[in-house]
Design a protein around this ligand. Sequence first.
Ligand SMILES: [Zn+2]
Length: 461
Amino acid sequence: MQRFWPGLLCTASLLLAASGLDLISADSLRKNVTWLAADERQGRMTPSPGLSASAEYIATQFRLAGLVPAGERGTFFQTATLQQITPDNAGFQMTLSAGGRKIALQPESVGVSSIRSLQFQDVGTVRVRGPGPLPSMTGRVVVASDAWEAPAMFHSLELRKPALILLVMGGEKSADANTLLDAQAAKVPVVRVYGRAASDLLAASGEMRLTLRMTAPASRSVQVRNVAGLLVGDDIDVRDQYVIVSAHYDHLGVKPPGPGNRIFHGANDDASGVASLIEIAKALKGETPRPRRSVLFLALFGEEEGMLGSDYYVRHPLVPLRDTIADINLEQLGRTDSSDGAEVGRFAFTGPSFSNLPQKMASSAKTAGVAVYRKESADDYFDRSDNYAFAEAGIVAHTVVVAFEYPGYHEVNDTADQLDYRNLAKVDRALAAGIEGVANAAEKPKWADTVATAIYRNAAR
Ligand SMILES: [Zn+2]
């Protein structure tokens, strides 16, 4: 008899080892996406009652999944105070001149992100074109096209500490221009100018000069929350190292505000990522043994308002950044009807060439019957979601997506009934296996040794 025991134990432990990932359920994913994307959540705008209710819901699901509260004061929440600003247009004055022409701008065609007053009297500006080396701009007014709104490009301007960044936007100003700021981040003030006259002037030759007088806007403090739950690692030697799995739980809200509202449900973007966080948490908690390193599950506010939640987290980390070995950010996992064609049984990474993490996760995914595909332009998406804030802090960080673009993206018909939950469950099992692989591996993920990643490799840890 005895000699059969080792075999029996081995079989039993194999069965146990497989049990965690089997907890991932298409029905549970459907239930959670449907709740988050319901009309009652009103599109989870940052800030809004729908966002706040969603934070409570996610915290409850994290608790049910068996995660430990990893927020402030023994809760699942990390609370940020932001400023909601209302421009004060009394006394507003703005002119731009170039090539012998001068235009006056009205407050209606200007968007200002600053909590301070702004005063510039006929000052010369620095024009940024690109690509190529950036000119010196410390303490100067920088003028750039809207292409420079892309986070990595914008950040390269901010780093050079100009006095003001003036973005000449191609189109017209929308009614719902962003008015939410993190005053503590102490970023460079940004002025966006809209309309044809300003774009035409940008094309004119010669130096552009600026006059701007604007009193400080009225501002109101609002509180919003990241939701954080921890799965403590199984190995005492490495459990103080962390893998972060993140997804944003905010969306675009209701537009236009007022009667005749249209709700932007944000089912795939990104209730699918948040529901996946919950399922993957359950799965890894159910693994025997649990992952060796600890895994921090993070649902983030404010991605749609300019990645405010991840930016806030990185400035107020709940676990040390130097001990955080990776961020795996989940976006748009539920729709398979990609604009590139059907994406069934496979997912992709943004910035696939930037580190060895995608390749490591691909081999785990393969054992779960899911392929990792490579989108040609995927490096260009690297700075378009919350992984970017972690990358800026030097942490190997990527976003995982099933469909980069899909019909209904940022439209009112991104609804819960459009998702393929069976495929989502399959993808989540592969992701859970991949995350477990990263959490268990002897080697931490590494940035690729390329020019493109130098800024992340050199980031202060
Ligand atoms: Zn998103």
